[in-house]
Ligand binder design. Structure first.
Ligand code: UT7
Length: 324
C-alpha cells in the first residue's frame, strides 16, 4: 500500500500583524526582522478562536479538495504543540465537529516537525493496512505561548493550519496511482537539547501554560546541520539526486535556514515554496500551509516529486519524500 495525497486545505486567521505594528510594542524594526528572518507578516488568531477552529477549517477544505465525505475517513492525526486543552486531544474536537464518531483520532506532538511526524504515522497506518483514508492536520496558535515582551521570540511566530487527505492505493494498482504517494519518511529526535527551545510551563511542571523560550543562535546552527543531513538521507534512501526534486516544501522558520538547505541541495530558487515572509513560523502548520499554497496556485502538479522537511523543539527533525 502507498499513501497517496488526494487533497489539501489550509486556514489562516483573519488578523494579520506586520513588523511595523510589532515595532510599536517591542524594541524591534522591520529592517531587523526582514534581514534576520525574511518575515514581514504573520496571522494571529482572534480571541476565542482555538487551534481546533483553525484545524477544522483546514480539514473541511482538504476534504472538499479530495472530493471525500468526512464519513469516509478512518483516522485523524493532528500535529500541534498548542492544543486547545491539556486533554482531550484536539484531534477529537475536530472529529466531533466533522461528525465522524468512532474512528481513531489523536494528536502528535513534535513541535515544528509535527506535521512530518504525523505524515509518517499516517503512512505507517496505511502501509500496515489499518487505515485507508486518513486526515492529517498541522494546526497551531503559537500567539498564545509567546512572551510578547521578548523581542527575540515574539517576532518569529504566527498562527495557522493546514491539512491533507491521504488515501491507501495498492502499489500494483491502475490509473498510475502506484507511482504516486509517499516514497519514504525519515524521523529523528535528540532530547539532549531540551533547553535550547522549550515552553517554560505545563501541567506537570508549573501548572501554567508557560511561554516559549529559545536560544536562537544554537537552534539555527542545529537546524542547518540536521536539515542538510535528513534531506540527504531521504534522497539516498530512494536512490535519487537532488535534480529529481520538483519542489522543496520546507518548514518556514527562517529564510536563512531555508537558503542553507537550498544551497546544500543546489536547487534553483524557483523550486522552493516560500511562505515565511507572510506567515512567519507557524510550527506544525507551516509545511501544510506552504504545500496547500503551491497546490492551489497550480505550481505543484500531479506526479511532481516533493521534498518536505522540518526541525523543531526537542530537538525533533525529519523529512518526507513524495510524488504528488
Ligand atoms: O522552528 C524551529 C525553531 N526556530 C528556529 O528555527 C529559529 C532559529 N534561529 C533563528 O532564526 C535566529 O537565530 C534568530 C532570528 C532567532 C536570531 O537571529 P540571529 O542572527 O541569530 O541574531 P542574535 O540572536 O545573535 O541577535 C543579534 C542581535 C542581538 O543584539 P546584540 O546582543 O548583538 O546587541 C539581539 O539582542 O539582535 C538582537 N535582537 C533583536 N534586535 C531587534 C534579537 N531579536 C531582535 C529583534 N529586533 N526582534
Amino acid at each position: 500500500m502507498k499513501s497517496v495525497f488526494i487533497g489539501c486545505g489550509a486556514y489562516l486567521p483573519q488578523r494579520s500583524l506586520s513588523n511595523a505594528e510589532l515595532a510599536k510594542t517591542v524594541d524591534t524594526s522591520d529592517e531587523w526582522i526582514v534581514a534576520r528572518t525574511g518575515i514581514s507578516n504573520r496571522h494571529i488568531a482572534a480571541d476565542g478562536e482555538l487551534t481546533s477552529d483553525l484545524a477544522y477549517n483546514a480539514a473541511v477544505e482538504a476534504l472538499a479538495a479530495a472530493g471525500m465525505a468526512a464519513t469516509e475517513l478512518d483516522l485523524i492525526v493532528l500535529a500541534t504543540a498548542t492544543p486547545d486543552e491539556t486533554f482531550p486531544a484536539t484531534a477529537t474536537t475536530v472529529q466531533a465537529r466533522l461528525g465522524v464518531a468512532g474512528i481513531p483520532a489523536f494528536d502528535v506532538q513534535a513541535v515544528c516537525s509535527g506535521f512530518i511526524y504525523a505524515l509518517a504515522v499516517a503512512d505507517n497506518f496505511i502501509k500496515a493496512g489499518q487505515a485507508r483514508n486518513v486526515l492529517v492536520i498541522g494546526a497551531e496558535t503559537f500567539s498564545r505561548i509567546l512572551d510578547w515582551e521578548d523581542r527575540t521570540t515574539c517576532v518569529l511566530f504566527g498562527d495557522g493550519a493546514g491539512a491533507v487527505v491521504l488515501r491507501a492505493e495498492a502499489t500494483n494498482g491502475d490509473a498510475g496511482t502506484a507511482q504516486r504517494g509517499i516514497m519514504s519518511t525519515h524521523l529523528h529526535a535528540d532530547g539532549r537539547h531540551h533547553d535550547m527551545l522549550y515552553v517554560d510551563g505545563g501541567p506537570s511542571s508549573t501548572g501554567t501554560a508557560g511561554f516559549l523560550r529559545m536560544r536562537g543562535k544554537e537552534v539555527f546552527r542545529h537546524a542547518v546541520g540536521n536539515l542538510a543531513s535528513v534531506v540527504g538521507e531521504a534522497l539516498e534512501a530512494n536512490n535519487l539526486d537532488a535534480d529529481a526534486i520538483d519542489w522543496l516544501v520546507p518548514h518556514q522558520a527562517n529564510q536563512r535556514i531555508i537558503d542553507h538547505t537550498v544551497k546544500k541541495l543546489k536547487l534553483p530558487s524557483e523550486k522552493v515554496v516560500l511562505t515565511v515572509a507572510r506567515h512567519g513560523n507557524t510550527s506544525a502548520a507551516s509545511v501544510p500551509l506552504a504545500l496547500n499554497e503551491a497546490v492551489s496556485d497550480g505550481r505543484i502538479k500531479q506526479g511532481d516529486v516533493i521534498l518536505m522537511e522540518a526541525m523543531g523543539g526537542g530537538f525533533t527533525w525529519g523529512a518526507v519524500l513524495a510524488r504528488w
